[in-house]
Ligand binder design. Structure first.
Ligand code: NDP
Length: 240
């Protein structure tokens, strides 16, 4: 029987590419999303991958959602905490709501995603935890104190989980994408986007599939001794 993989925010952007790559690698995939039903339906129609809707920022919803996935598909052995948002503003203009939304989704959401599957991974003595961090968590970014704090936090989470999980054959790693051509980045004003591309030695945005392939490798048996690592995939923008 194939291993079950959960991908939060798995219906769009980088998460969509991850869901597809894991399916192609032979896993049974469950992809979650927050509210874009139309996109989720189109994704399932195109891929045959089941989708589930819950807010990763809510522990109760996450736990209940994960229980439903496990009842439908079996124990989750690979968890990819990918769902994330931005609410950018220079620090002097950042509102407490902008701060809280990003912390709740990107940082507490990662706890809410991993915590309910962790006991099962420990019992079965196998698990792969992969968190999608960001180059901006490694280096900081103007107008992203909230986002950078969460993405740096993701790295702290996997380094700690790696130490706790290793003896039970559970690995926890982070992937730090640079700028990737998804709706999140295409929503940035064109002028700003051009200035971002000018800072990337590769001279282009990354493709979601280039991140998905890193995740598929970390999920595989070949990556069993890689634990607590951070894979940077950013076109040489930053060496973290
Ligand atoms: P998108 O905005 O394209 O997609 C976000 C996905 O996350 C959607 O499926 C969305 O669901 C889901 N989501 C958002 N908020 C929640 C929530 N509260 N609960 C459940 N699901 C939620 O994002 P990207 O693909 O660009 O980014 C994916 C990850 O990669 C994020 O963590 C991001 O920070 C990170 N990243 C992205 C980079 C980039 O350049 N794009 C660079 C570095 C890191 P719905 O469709 O319903 O809205």
């Amino acid at each position: 029987m194939s291993r079950v993989a959960l991908v939060t925010g798995g219906t769009r952007g980088i998460g969509e590419a991850i869901s597809k790559a894991l399916k192609e690698a032979g896993y049974t995939v469950a992809a979650t999303y927050a509210g874009n039903d139309e996109k989720a339906k189109a994704f399932t129609d195109a891929t045959g991958i089941r989708t589930y809707k819950w807010n990763v920022a809510d522990y109760g919803e996450s736990k209940a959602g994960i229980e439903k996935v496990e009842a439908d598909l079996g124990p989750i052995e690979i968890v990819v905490a990918n769902a994330g948002i931005t609410r950018d503003a220079p620090f002097h203009k950042m509102t407490p709501e902008q701060w809280k939304d990003v912390i709740d989704t990107n940082l507490t959401g990662v706890f809410n995603t991993i915590h309910p599957v962790w006991p099962g991974m420990r019992e079965r003595k196998f698990g792969r935890v992969i968190v999608i961090s960001s180059v901006n968590g490694q280096k900081g970014q103007f107008a992203q104190t909230n986002y950078a704090a969460t993405k740096a936090g993701d790295i702290g989470i996997v380094r700690s989980l790696a130490q706790e999980g290793a003896r039970n054959n559970i690995t926890a790693n982070a992937v730090c994408p640079g700028y990737i051509a998804t709706e999140m980045v295409m929503a940035v004003p064109e002028k700003v986007r051009e200035s971002i591309i000018a800072q990337i030695p590769a001279g282009r945005l990354g493709e979601p599939e280039e991140i998905a392939r890193c995740v598929a490798f970390l999920a595989s048996d070949d990556a069993g001794f890689i634990n607590g690592s951070t894979i940077s995939a950013n076109g040489a923008q930053f060496f973290g």
